[in-house]
Ligand binder design. Structure first.
Ligand code: HPA
Ligand code: ZN
Length: 328
């Protein structure tokens, strides 16, 4: 309809997309064949039928299992280029993409191969398609602090290929403060800082508080539970914190026992909300346009609100202000 056309035509930016979460079943089969990896599924349809999860840990198990076909630098190139080509086709001008190096290092892959493959894809996508992108290294919060520090130290020689660090994986009993030293080291190396605060996890509000007050993050990925705390919302507004909401995953929360739509709640509370696709290959292959079309309906967004959301997004870009002007 008219709204879908409006959304498709809008210049967009995306900040919350895990590259490994863009690994489509078709590519998984192709890489498995190229790398001689055996998959326990007869075909693409059977693989997609296995993508059934009911919470963050059960989602993560499927997502990490899917990474086993990613072995060579070329695989990471192909993965990143495919995402950037899709994003470009949907009028995304700029993307900042997460990756999970620990999961690859722990499988014996050099972090250099991961970063170089993605970096080459970024350069080619910019040259051939005109889409600009940057890369955010995520610490996996459910692994040890030592494991994350080893990954950071291995990646820091390539810090000019990174724009920031983030925090993802299983939230339970893994507060941002567990990685305070990592964030400090990354910041000292000139990198920006964000963290996931997945919705409706154990102590999500405590994690949001720590991220804002102790770590000093610039963004919060998801973060919908902040609507339960007027005090934390005031801090986020005052600091201009951007929220990278993925409505597919984090649509609703309870505020005083009543269900509240996260995107609507953030807009109405003056928070800087953006819309993002998270792990599209595992979420019905819905990329930014499909995500926004659904969010427009569910959150009853006007065209003016959609434009405000994309203005928030371009404002949030971790690029030099003079280069940001090219997007406005
Ligand atoms: N939350 C936590 N960890 C993740 C996510 C997410 O949305 N996507 C991929 N890893
Ligand atoms: Zn995420």
């Amino acid at each position: 309809g008219d709204m879908a056309r409006f959304i498709a035509a809008m210049p967009k930016a995306e900040y919350h997309v895990h590259l490994e979460g863009t690994l489509e079943a078709e590519m998984k089969f192709a890489l498995a064949q190229r790398n001689g990896v055996k998959l326990p599924y007869a075909d693409v349809a059977a693989m997609k039928r296995s993508y059934v999860y009911h919470d963050l840990p059960s989602f993560l198990a499927i997502y990490y299992d899917g990474m086993n076909v990613l072995l060579k630098q070329q695989d990471f190139y192909d993965l990143a280029y495919a995402y950037l080509a899709k994003a470009h086709a949907q009028n995304v001008l700029y993307a900042e993409m997460f990756f999970d190096p620990q999961q690859h290092i722990d499988r014996g892959i050099a972090v250099e191969a991961v970063i170089e493959g993605i970096t080459q894809a970024r350069a080619d996508a910019q040259a051939k398609l005109g889409i600009e992108s940057q890369l955010i290294l995520c610490f996996m919060r459910d692994l040890t602090a030592d494991n994350a520090m080893k990954a950071l130290d291995a990646a820091l020689p390539y810090k000019d290929r990174l724009v920031g660090v983030g925090l993802d994986s299983d939230e339970k009993d893994n507060p941002p403060g567990k990685f305070a030293a990592h964030f400090a080291k990354a910041r000292a190396a000139g990198l920006h800082v964000t963290t996931h605060c997945d919705v409706n996890q154990k102590d999500t509000l405590g994690h949001i508080r720590e991220a804002l007050l102790d770590i000093g993050v610039e963004r919060i990925d998801h973060g919908g539970n902040i609507l339960q705390s007027p005090e934390l919302m005031a801090i986020a507004r005052q600091r201009g914190i951007t929220f990278t909401v993925c409505p597919t995953f984090s649509g609703q929360i309870l505020v005083n026992g009543k269900p509240v739509d996260v995107v609507r709640g953030m807009l109405d509370n003056g928070l800087k909300v953006t819309l993002n696709s998270d792990d599209p290959a595992y979420m019905g292959s819905e990329y930014i346009n499909e995500v926004m079309v659904k969010a427009q309906i569910r959150s009853n967004l006007t065209k003016a609100e959609l434009l405000r959301i994309e203005r928030n997004a371009f404002d949030a870009a971790w690029i030099a202000p003079e280069r940001k002007a090219a997007f406005q």
